[in-house]
Structure formats: structure tokens, C-alpha cells
Design a binder for this molecule. Structure first.
Ligand code: GTP
Ligand code: MG
Length: 250
């Protein structure tokens, strides 16, 4: 590892973290998540940038993001919007193209993923030199808050069925709070074919296949406070289809 210059502002160790924040109707959540990211990155002294990928949110998320960019600066907040809702998978692909960090965080913008865990992801990654570090709700102090029984059962069930079928060697397959080496994320995203909820799972299954090393950090996941949840019957059906496709093809 490169030597630290020891300044308060920056650790000066040459690593930079790009945070990809896909947003669709997150006007209420965005200021808070950005503020928390700035706070925790600022306190820990790592180099970072936040890339907001808004897909033409009708609630005016992009206008809010523009205000935040004025507050925190164009080097810290990058706006890479798209004209319409094209889905999460392609939002990541779009975001990575603009990432200048050698490490990339992926997280939701709806406050389900708390930025306070970021230093733990980085510590874990550095300890083991991992290719990816996955937040887990299903190990150690990890957990889920605010979900009804139905949603807990769906998530647990999805994880369980996948564990049995694919044996991916990670405890939380459907979560989406993760830290990747940039080139690892690029190579995984290129290979992943699924859309929707199965995407996060495919990422980790393929990571295992390609012999990438995976570290885990327990996280608490809190249900979104603002905005509507979109998990319906359709998502569940397409998740199961995606899972079976993966089972058949990997
Ligand atoms: N750019 C972009 N972002 C999206 C899209 N769909 C969802 N998002 C964002 O991706 C993140 C995860 O989506 P969520 O809707 O929170 O998915 P979820 O957590 O499984 O479901 P709920 O929180 O219960 O609605 C959030 O930050 C969303 O705003 C999309 O099509 N394009
Ligand atoms: Mg959410």
C-alpha cells in the first residue's frame, strides 16, 4: 500500500471511491443520503465522488440533485441522468462509465442502506484485499427493519432457494449494498444478463464462478421511509424465472 500523507482532508493513499446512486422518484431521500455520504466520507478521509443516475423521475429528483451539486461541488457530485426509466442494471453500466474511482460502491438512494457502514466496507476490503465486499442482512449484527412478514419471507425464501440451487458462498444474495474493485464490477456487469431483482444475485453468483474473492459486512437494512415500494407479484415471478435461468446456464 502507498504511504499515507496524513492530512485530515485526504488519506492520500491513492484510492478513490465512486458511489453510484441510481434514483427514481427519490426527491425526499436524496438530500439526506448525500449529506450522510459526505459526512461519513469526510470523517474517514477517503477520496470519493457521488454519481447520481436519475432516470427522468417525474417528482423532480434531478432538480434536487442539481441543488446538491451546487452545495457540495461538481467534483463531489456528478449528475449522469438519462431521459427515462431504463432499469437498475443499465443504470449501473451507465454510472460505471463515468466513475473515476478505482473502487465503486453500489447502494440504494432510499435510505435503506446507511452510509455509516461505508468505513466498514472499506476496512473489510483492505483487510482481505477482496474483489468485492457484500453487505449482508443475514450474518452477525445484520438485519432487516420495517418489513412485514410477507416481504421477509420473500427475501429469506429467495436467498434460501438460491443457496440450495447455486451454492454461491455468500449469505445475502439479493442485497444491493456492495463495494467492488472497479475492473471487477465492469467485468461482472458485462456478463450479467438478468434484469430486475435477480440482477444482484447474478452478480454474486458470477463473481463466485470467476473466482473473485468476496468479503462480507453485516448491515442493517431499513425499509424506505419516503416513496412507494415497487415489489409486487410480477417481481417475484420474474425473480423465480431469472433464478431458474441462472440455474440452467451457470
Ligand atoms: N436510475 C434508476 N434508478 C432506479 C430505477 N429503479 C429503481 N431505482 C433506484 O434504485 C434503488 C433501489 O430501488 P428500490 O425501488 O428502492 O428497490 P427496493 O429497495 O427493492 O424496493 P422498495 O424500496 O421497497 O421500493 C433506489 O435508489 C431507486 O430509486 C430505474 O429504473 N432507474
Ligand atoms: Mg428500496
Amino acid at each position: 500500500m502507498a504511504s499515507r500523507k496524513g492530512s485530515q482532508q485526504s488519506r492520500g493513499d491513492g484510492d478513490k471511491y465512486s458511489v453510484l446512486l441510481p434514483t427514481y422518484n427519490e426527491r425526499e431521500n436524496l438530500p439526506l443520503i448525500v449529506w450522510l455520504l459526505v459526512k461519513y466520507f469526510g470523517e474517514s478521509g477517503y477520496e470519493y465522488e457521488i454519481i447520481v443516475i436519475d432516470d427522468g423521475s417525474p417528482d423532480g429528483t434531478l432538480e434536487v440533485a442539481e441543488q446538491l451539486q451546487k452545495i457540495y461541488g461538481e467534483d463531489k457530485i456528478l449528475l449522469r441522468p438519462r431521459a427515462k426509466k431504463l432499469g437498475l442494471g443499465t443504470a449501473y453500466i451507465h454510472g460505471i462509465k463515468h466513475a473515476r474511482g478505482n473502487y465503486v460502491f453500489i447502494m440504494d438512494a432510499d435510505l435503506s442502506h446507511h452510509p455509516k457502514f461505508i468505513p466498514e466496507f472499506i476496512k473489510k476490503q483492505r483487510e482481505g484485499g477482496y474483489d468485492l465486499v457484500s453487505g449482508t442482512r443475514y450474518r452477525g449484527d445484520g438485519g432487516v427493519y420495517g418489513w412485514d412478514l410477507r416481504r421477509k419471507l420473500i427475501s429469506r425464501g429467495a436467498n434460501y432457494v438460491t443457496q440450495v440451487l447455486l451454492r454461491p458462498g455468500a449469505s445475502d444474495l439479493t442485497g444491493s449494498f456492495r463495494l467492488y474493485k472497479k475492473e471487477v464490477l465492469e467485468s461482472l456487469v458485462e456478463r450479467c444478463v438478468s434484469k430486475g431483482y435477480v440482477f444482484q444475485m447474478e452478480m454474486i453468483v458470477r463473481a463466485r464462478q470467476l473466482n473473485y474473492t468476496i468479503g462480507e459486512v453485516p448491515i442493517s437494512f431499513v425499509d424506505r421511509v419516503y416513496g412507494e415500494s415497487k415489489l409486487g407479484g410480477n417481481e417475484i415471478v420474474s425473480f423465480l424465472k431469472g433464478l431458474l435461468t441462472l440455474f440452467a446456464t451457470t
